[in-house]
Design a protein. Sequence first.
Length: 430
Amino acid sequence: MSNTIQKYKDYVMTGFLKSVAPIVVDHAQGAVVTDVNGREYLDCFAGISVVNSGHCNPAVIAAAKAQMDKLVHCSSYLYHVQPVADLAEKLAGIAPPGLTKTFFGNGGAEAIEGALKLARLYSGRHEFIALHGSFHGRSWGALSVTGNMGRKKRGGPYAPGVAFAPLPYTFRSPWPDPEECGRQCARVLDEVLRFATSGDVAAFIAEPVWGEGGIIVPPPNYFREVKKILDQHGILFIADEVQSGFGRTGKMFAVEHFGVEPDILVTAKGIADGFPLSAYTTRPEIAAAYKPGDHLSTFGGNPVSCAAALANIEFMQKEDLPAKSADLGNYVMTKLRELQKQNQLIGEVRGLGLMIGVELVKDEKRTPAAAEAEAVRDSLLRQGVLVGVGGVYGNVVRFQPPLVITRPQIDRALAALAAALSEIAQPAAV
């Protein structure tokens, strides 16, 4: 164990992190991760919301192994490869209506970059509108439409032609009523379009549920109000479902909760249950904007990853994981809100399905409790439970387990969280 940790220190770039958790993962199954010493950890973060069907899902692993015996790589845009075609067909069947053409990449940022390029090519326009608090990836173009200085510092200047509108973050909004918050944030977006752009906007990009921003669920009316504005001006809607897709929120895609249909759907993370793959899916007429030489990916549409993704989606459908996520998510939210009544550190509990955030605050002014959130994460680690911490202010405990997690496992995680909060609330011994 110490040898691996030392090799990380000597040879792996980790300066962009405050720290790496002091465990060496050896193997995992379902919602349980086991370190090299045999200690088990209940995984409530799923590798940053990736292994939605569980670690080493047998159906996914079997499909990947079978494909590996046949073909690992040939460059799937130079030749026809069956798993690529089959997966594209499957995505056309589960995506919002009309989105039937897919480009495959390797990671979320790459897919965001491709979607931005395609929106420009199709529309003939060059600007974008994004949101405060958003996160779309670590590459230059993806960071250009990311509304979070913490993710962008020391990397600028970024691409011109990007305007930002307010995030409908009801908990920290001047409008505490969700419906009013949705209306007002949409109104301000219209003003941003009119006063902060040159009228050359190709697309509006948004996460249907903001992940890195702090698991922020928009008011139910927000995207409907925004879509009216976009349609008036002929602006495309790019839905970034990299983190919120594939059953995570109780629907196959989070945008389905809000009664609107995007023009381009971007996916990654949960698409292949841990195998590297990303995609963006759109209407045929938008896809047709690509002309020879406009785009390519050497590793995009890797046959093994595509075979894994196809088995992953079929498992989700067979087991109805979106519905299970919705049911378990309601259970978790109920229990967390009961815990909130007993603990003043919890400012808000929010989420959809098993994409849940617990925002911690220091006082009635809602001062962000970032150090306390990190202390909760560290306490949970000591208790054998893995969670994430995020949010614009770094004060949100993120609960995003594999969707195959069981209710007894959830109860164990909730008990550990209650113990962690109680531990942090106790004054230090003198």
